[in-house]
Design a protein. Structure first.
Length: 306
């Protein structure tokens, strides 16, 4: 009898070992696995997937999408995911080698930048190259949702009807956001719709809502570059010509360069922080895409509308 009990216990223990994993419950999830590079897209994917899949976002809150890196264990998971979602257009510079390897291994990939009408940079060192910051335009984010819905619905084990319902609800929220932004920016006089920030990140917002991108402290599409003395002189001249009194610093980047520019050039400008390339931790002001965009809209409208 004792031997029989021991044998049963051995089977139970062995079966438990198969089920245990790295999740908080100690049980491996049987739901589809989706890996997303940036936290902005991670938020959108999570809204659409709901409880249908486990969504892993690689980029931590307040990180820089141009330079954040991942561990070897995270890199190994890319090719194993049921769907790998990335921004594309050269945004994830620190991850590009891992994304290339995942593509070579024929991982199922969704590149958001391939599903929108892409704008080129119009100024700086990156002039003429694709601008990856399309999320500053909620209409283009709706295009991403339209393309992402069928990609999620095709994953084995998900309920396509639930994905569709989630996508419809989120599209309605994006439309409401777009209308709010139109109304808020309409209060800014046309001659005051001039944007200056750390680097060129507002091209899509400017195109959608009728702003002018006067310039950026870093004259390119990446935060990994550095401005020269000539770049700063040119920017100072552009700011003075446009009569800009508010410049915007990004939450994922220190605003030191913007403040130095204002102080050394003796420019009387206000520095306002925006959440442009990363979400924050929960409760820290921009923990979802919709919250981030509403916060930015209010700050731009207040900063330029005074």
């Amino acid at each position: 009898m004792t031997r029989r009990i021991l044998a049963v216990l051995a089977v139970v223990i062995a079966f438990g070992a198969v089920l245990t994993g790295c999740s908080g419950t100690g049980v491996v999830s049987v739901r589809p696995q989706i890996v997303v590079t940036t936290n902005i897209l991670g938020d959108v994917v999570s809204r659409l997937a709901g409880e249908q899949a486990d969504v892993t976002t690689l980029m931590k809150p307040n990180a820089d999408p141009h330079s954040f890196e991942i561990s070897a264990a995270q890199a190994a998971r890319l090719a194993e995911a049921d769907l790998l979602v990335s921004n594309g257009l050269g945004l994830e510079e620190g991850l590009q080698q891992h994304l290339d390897r995942a593509a070579e291994s024929r991982a199922r990939m969704f590149v958001a930048g391939d599903r929108i009408e892409v704008l080129p940079y119009t100024a700086g060192d990156a002039r003429g190259t694709p601008d990856p910051h399309f999320w500053t335009d909620p209409a283009r984010m709706r295009d991403v949702v339209d393309a992402l819905e069928p990609a999620l619905a095709e994953i084995d084990g998900v309920d396509a009807a639930e994905i569709r319902a989630n996508a419809d609800a989120y599209r309605a929220e994006l439309s409401a956001l777009d209308a709010e932004m139109v109304a808020a920016f309409a209060a800014i006089r046309v001659e005051k719709r001039a944007l200056v920030t750390n680097h060129h990140v507002f091209g899509y917002l400017a195109d959608r809502f009728g702003f002018r991108v006067v310039g950026a402290v870093i004259p390119g599409g990446t935060t990994l570059a550095a401005p020269s003395a000539a770049d700063l002189r040119d920017l100072v001249a552009a700011i003075e010509d446009a009569g800009v009194r508010t410049v915007f610093a990004e939450s994922s980047q220190p605003d030191r360069l913007v403040r130095v520019l204002a102080e050394e050039a003796d420019l009387r400008v206000e520095v306002v922080e925006l959440y442009t390339e990363s979400l924050t931790a929960p409760g820290a002001g921009a923990d979802s895409y919709l919250t981030m965009m509403r916060a930015n809209t209010a700050r731009i409208a207040q900063g330029l509308g005074a």
